[in-house]
Design a protein around this ligand. Structure first.
Ligand code: GUN
Length: 292
């Protein structure tokens, strides 16, 4: 029976470390890092995420600036807001919650964020820097997965890693980070032939497709470390909604060496890594880290 990787506990410890470092920054330099979160529209899942980001930032001693805009806000107004936040010295990190309403060009919005304040790591400059192996802000969810993997496995060199999903938010940056750690990386997706056979090669399997309970126990190499990035709301017994991942947990856990649960696995790590990136951004802007 595979061990359960407790992302909730790991994230709590990470937040404590960050809180200590934020405190040190306050006493040494008299400043608190600031994180601005921009939410456009009223998507219920995004509202929950944004609320949690703000609360956990404050609990860590990071100032939270929340900007909630109506669904039909013109794109130009969002771009103006981002330019103001770029120029605001109290704001060290800027996050625009995705997805944006369909009348907006998400690429254009993300490219307006100052790369030094891009705590999501979605700006093409940061994507490029990460890809060529330069110092860059790494996207929060893949960064959280890497922390859990290295904590569990130590050196990842030479391991076979399979990622299911090729999104810009998780799949592609996850591949970059695993390659940096010398894994042999396969990115599988909806057109992959014989997906179960590809998954069975994996010492490390990362599921990031957004399809409830898709990946089955007989797709797993015995002893593999399995990371579930999926957060799917499904209707459970009695009409109540509940969260499930992309893995069929009941059949995967007996075969895996270790597995992240949903909830309580990768999810809490994403926000902790956002706070981590905000602290790094603040230090760089205060010239406490070398310029890039
Ligand atoms: N929507 C889903 N995941 C994310 C994320 O990591 N960052 C942002 N900005 N939006 C998201």
């Amino acid at each position: 029976m595979g061990d359960i990787i407790d992302g909730k506990a790991f994230a709590a410890t990470l937040r404590q470390t960050i809180a200590g470092e934020v405190n040190a920054l306050k006493s040494e330099r008299g400043v608190s890092p600031g994180l601005a979160v921009v939410l456009v529209g009223d998507d219920p899942a995004s509202q929950v995420y944004v609320r949690n980001k703000g609360r956990q930032a404050r609990e860590t001693g990071i100032q939270s600036f929340e900007h909630r805009l109506d669904m039909d806000t013109p794109e130009a107004q969002v771009l103006d807001l981002i330019r103001d936040l770029n120029a605001d010295p109290r704001v060290n990190g800027i996050l625009v919650q995705l997805p944006l309403p369909s009348h907006m060009d998400a690429e254009k919005v993300l490219q307006t964020i100052d790369p030094l304040k891009d705590v999501d790591g979605f700006h093409p400059v940061n994507v490029g820097r990460l890809t060529v192996g330069a110092d860059a802000m790494a996207p929060c969810t893949p960064l959280g997965c890497m922390m859990l993997l290295t904590d569990r496995l130590g050196d990842l060199s030479g391991l076979e890693a399979v990622i299911v999903g090729r999104s810009n938010i998780v799949g592609k940056p996850m591949a970059t980070l695993l390659l940096r750690e010398n894994c042999t990386v396969t990115v599988a997706h909806s057109r992959t032939r014989d997906l179960p056979a590809v998954c069975r090669r994996a010492d490390i399997l990362v599921a990031a497709v957004g399809r409830p309970n898709m990946i089955q126990g007989d797709w797993i190499k015995p002893g593999a470390t399995v990371i579930d990035v999926g957060i799917n709301r499904i209707e459970g017994e009695g009409g109540k909604t509940r969260l499930v991942g992309d893995l069929d947990f009941a059949s995967v856990q007996p075969v895996a060496g270790a597995i992240t649960p949903v909830p309580g696995g990768v999810g809490p790590m994403t926000i902790a890594c956002l706070l981590h990136n905000t602290l790094i951004a603040a230090r760089r802007q205060l010239a406490m880290l070398p310029p890039r």
